[in-house]
Design a binder for this molecule. Sequence first.
Ligand SMILES: [Zn+2]
Length: 207
Amino acid sequence: MEIGNALVIALAPPLCAACGRSCRTEAVVCTRCGRRLAAAEPLLGNGPAGLDRAWSSAPHEGVARDLVAALKFRRLLPVADLMAERIEWLAPAHMLSGTVVPVPTAPPRLRRRGFDPAGELAAALAERLEAPLERCLARRGSSRQVGRRRAERVGHPPRIHATGAAPRSALLVDDVLTTGATLTACAGALRAAGASRVVAVTFSRRL
Ligand SMILES: [Zn+2]
């Protein structure tokens, strides 16, 4: 390690992306948060309407919720790879086949943030799985899901369309599954564009 780097680390030790306490160099989360995340139970089910199956690596609470926030609002890129690693390790093999398709972010949000959490997670997962990645979905309007009341979110499904032919077998990837309305809209757009199998994996799932 260069002296400069060693000094930076000594003066500003790395912080856990979930709880903010100092943690080991090169680690994304501290030992305590790592243990808590490891204890979270993955969730598998038929998923929202239009999907063949949906799997989430953890309930949206505790460390998992903190990591989703760290990726979404603090743009901590190493978090995307930590999430992808957990999905790769824990998801049943049959959930991880097909072409990876990120759930699209609305253009105004993307412009405002300059950052696409679902896209980063999907890219990290595709790289780990050595699977093809196709950004073949787009989202119209600025329909915000986070911050809306559940009834409102269900009442205003996002408008999603395919930008080209969809892969026959699609693996949708998002950071968090909330009402499922977004995944249902994505699955509909993929099937209309030629997909015959649509499954989804998300890092967390709001219960
Ligand atoms: Zn921590």
